[in-house]
Ligand binder design. Structure first.
Ligand SMILES: [Zn+2]
Length: 248
């Protein structure tokens, strides 16, 4: 009996050791009841001291509506013209993946401005901010209440007024590991590819908007993703044109 118990302890230890570092179950996320729906995938979180918050939902391919959405023939769009980072900020995460830096660099390398700062290891993740910004850019996994939502990126900033006065002040991102399995889809096409989804979501963190026109389905900012997809790990020419225009 003692030996069996010992084996069970070892087995449990091995399982824990092998569990993906991406897993952080139990951290629930839901939009506040005060959030105002602008469209299926965009919610207004309200204003705090003049700063405006938006939550952008990323849905699974299967939730894709049949009809064409808003026209975006250029296949790129901004959350708001001129609303971009004007100071480089660090980010905090408890996701241990080398792909994070790769995705950050995918956008960063296209512009002269230092778009994303380095990871701040001295600060802990304490959750996405849906009511007011807390001056931390956070990236983590959790359980998103709304079904079919792969991830939510929240962006706070100044989106109105003359474009040159607009700016972003915070991004928070939560990826759903309660309903979806994550990993490297080049190794296992059944999983949601972390780098693929992250690169898209970081586009929002940089100020890029979703594209829903079906004729733009190859761009990284196309609003839907699915398991096994890896083509959005890098940027399409339209994504590059867009980010360079925003940070020109
Ligand atoms: Zn999106």
């Amino acid at each position: 009996m003692k030996r069996i118990l010992g084996l069970l302890v070892i087995l449990a230890a091995v399982l824990l050791w092998n569990s993906p570092t991406l897993a952080q179950p139990g951290r629930a996320f839901k939009l506040p009841s005060s959030a105002v729906k602008i469209s299926d995938n965009l919610y207004d979180l309200g204003r705090v001291n003049g700063a405006q918050g938006y939550a952008i939902l990323r849905r699974d391919n299967y939730a894709r509506p049949g009809g064409g959405a808003a026209k975006a023939p250029k296949c790129y769009a901004f959350m708001s013209k001129g609303a971009r980072w004007k100071a480089t900020e660090a980010y905090v995460t408890d996701v241990e993946s080398l792909a994070t830096e790769t995705s950050l660099e995918t956008w960063d390398s296209q512009v002269a401005f230092d778009l994303f700062g380095t990871r701040d290891l001295s600060v802990a993740v304490d959750g996405a901010d849906t009511v007011a910004p807390d001056n931390k850019n956070e990236l983590y996994f959790g359980a998103i209440e709304e079904p079919g939502v792969i991830g939510v990126t929240i962006v706070w900033g100044y989106f109105s007024g003359p474009p040159q006065t607009r700016r972003l002040i915070e991004w928070d991102m939560i990826l759903d590991n309660a309903d979806f399995s994550w990993g490297d889809a080049t190794l296992n096409p059944a999983v949601m590819d972390y780098q693929n989804i992250l690169t898209h979501e970081l586009g929002h963190s940089a100020g890029m908007a979703d594209i829903y026109d079906a004729s733009c389905s190859e761009v990284t900012m196309y609003g839907y993703g699915t398991e096994g997809e890896t083509k959005k790990r890098d940027l399409a020419p339209q994504d590059i044109t867009g980010i360079r225009e925003l940070y020109r």
